[in-house]
Design a protein around this ligand. Structure first.
Ligand SMILES: [Zn+2]
Length: 356
C-alpha cells in the first residue's frame, strides 16, 4: 500500500553538521523513470563526509540534499515508456546516470561524463528515503535468490570490480590491498574471485583485519608506526614476492607511499582512496621501475556483472553488513558510522519489511 501523499521520510543534509529527517513529497516518475519503494540503503563514507564537512572537493552542498547512493527497492510505478520493469519488481539502483551522449558515453566510459547525474553528489539528491524515482535503464532487476541488501551492496562491490579490472588482476596475481574498510574488503572479495593467488591487506584496526580474513584475505598486516618502506618489505615477505598489483583504499599519504614502494617493477598501483588534493609521493621510484599509477572514478558497466556473480553465489558480500537501523533512526545510524563501528551500516526504509 502507498503511504499518504507527502509521507516520504528522507535523510537530508542542509549544511556541514546539519542532518535532518524530513518529510518530502512522493515524486512522480517521468516517461523513462520508475518510482521505487526503497528497501535497503547502505551508509557510505561519502554520506558521512557531506554531513560532517558539507563538501567533497569541488562538490559543495549549497541546497538541502537527500543522502544515500547504495540502494535497492521495489518498483511501485513505471513511466509510460518503460518496458523492462513492472510494479513489484525488486531492483538494484545504479546511482550514476549520464545526462548526455558525449564522447565518454560513446566509448562506454560513462562514469567520466562531466554532466552525469549521481545520487547524493550535490546538487543531485540521493535515495535515502521511502520513495524515490530513478531512470529505469539504471534499475536492474534482482533475481529471487539475491537479497535487497546484496542489491544495495552492488554499489561498493562495483568499486572493487572497477578497481581490480583497472589494476589488471588475473589468474595467479599477487595483490596488496591497502586499507580494510568496506572498499578494501570488496577489493579482497573481487581480487580473489578474479583469480588472485594471494591477497595481503593492511589496516591499523585489528577488528577490520579480522573481517578481511573472513572475506578471504590470505595475509593481514596491522600497521602501527612503520615507515612506508617497512610496510612494503612486510608485504613482500608475506607474499614471498612483491605484488604485481596494489589497490590503495585509504588516500593517506604514507599509505600511497607504501603502495609505490610495495608494487613490483612493471606492476600497477590503483588509487581508490581519496585524501588531500596535494600529496608527496616517491614518483621517481615509480617512474624508474615502470610502476603504473592508475586512478578510478566510481565505476561503469558493473551492475549486470555483479548481479550474475551474486545470483551464482560466486561472491558473498553478506558479511559486510554489521549494523541495521530503521530509517526513523537514521541519525543514530550516521553517528554509528561516524564512530567507525562495524563495516557497513544498512538503513531499512520499508516499514513493512526489515528483512535483509
Ligand atoms: Zn559509496
Amino acid at each position: 500500500a502507498m503511504a499518504a501523499p507527502g509521507q516520504n521520510l528522507a535523510v537530508v543534509v542542509h549544511r556541514a553538521g546539519d542532518l535532518r529527517l524530513e518529510n518530502h513529497p512522493i515524486p512522480e516518475p517521468g516517461p523513462n523513470e520508475v518510482l521505487l519503494r526503497m528497501h535497503s540503503v547502505g551508509i557510505c563514507g561519502s554520506d558521512v563526509h557531506y554531513w560532517q564537512h558539507g563538501r567533497i572537493g569541488d562538490f559543495v552542498v549549497k541546497d538541502p540534499m537527500v543522502l544515500g547512493h547504495e540502494a535497492s527497492g521495489t518498483v511501485v510505478k513505471v513511466g509510460s515508456g518503460v518496458t523492462h520493469l513492472k510494479p513489484g519488481d525488486r531492483v538494484a539502483i545504479e546511482p550514476g546516470v549520464p545526462r548526455e551522449m558525449d564522447e565518454f558515453c560513446k566509448t562506454g566510459r560513462y562514469n567520466l561524463s562531466p554532466t552525469i547525474f549521481f545520487c547524493a553528489t550535490p546538487p543531485d539528491n540521493g535515495n535515502l528515503c521511502r520513495y524515490y524515482k530513478h531512470s529505469a535503464s539504471y534499475c536492474y532487476k534482482l533475481p529471487d535468490n539475491v537479497t535487497f541488501e546484496e542489491g544495495a551492496l552492488i554499489e561498493p562491490l562495483s568499486v572493487g570490480i572497477h578497481a581490480c579490472k583497472r589494476g589488471g588482476v588475473t589468474l595467479g596475481s599477487k595483490v596488496f590491498v591497502s586499507g580494510s574498510g568496506p572498499i578494501g574488503l570488496v577489493n579482497v572479495l573481487v581480487a580473489k574471485m578474479m583469480g588472485a593467488a594471494a591477497v595481503v591487506i593492511t589496516d591499523i584496526s585489528a577488528s577490520r583485519l579480522q573481517k578481511a580474513k573472513e572475506v578471504g584475505a590470505d595475509f593481514t598486516i596491522q600497521v602501527k608506526n612503520e615507515t612506508p618502506q617497512e610496510v612494503a618489505s612486510k608485504v613482500e615477505s608475506l607474499l614471498g614476492c612483491m605484488p604485481e598489483i596494489t589497490v590503495e583504499c585509504t588516500g593517506v599519504q604514507a599509505c600511497i607511499q607504501a603502495g609505490i614502494y610495495a608494487t613490483r617493477s612493471g606492476g600497477t598501483l590503483v588509487l581508490v582512496g581519496l585524501g588531500p588534493e596535494m600529496v608527496t609521493v616517491p614518483i621517481v621510484n615509480a617512474a624508474v621501475r615502470e610502476v603504473d599509477i592508475r586512478g578510478i572514478f566510481r565505476y561503469c558497466n558493473t551492475w549486470p556483472v555483479a548481479i550474475a556473480l551474486l545470483a551464482s553465489k560466486r561472491i558473498n558480500v553478506k558479511p559486510l553488513v554489521t549494523h541495521r537501523f530503521p530509517l526513523e533512526k537514521a541519525l543514530e545510524a550516521f553517528e554509528t558510522t561516524k564512530r567507525g563501528e562495524g563495516i557497513k551500516v544498512m538503513l531499512k526504509c520499508d516499514p513493512s519489511d526489515h528483512n535483509p
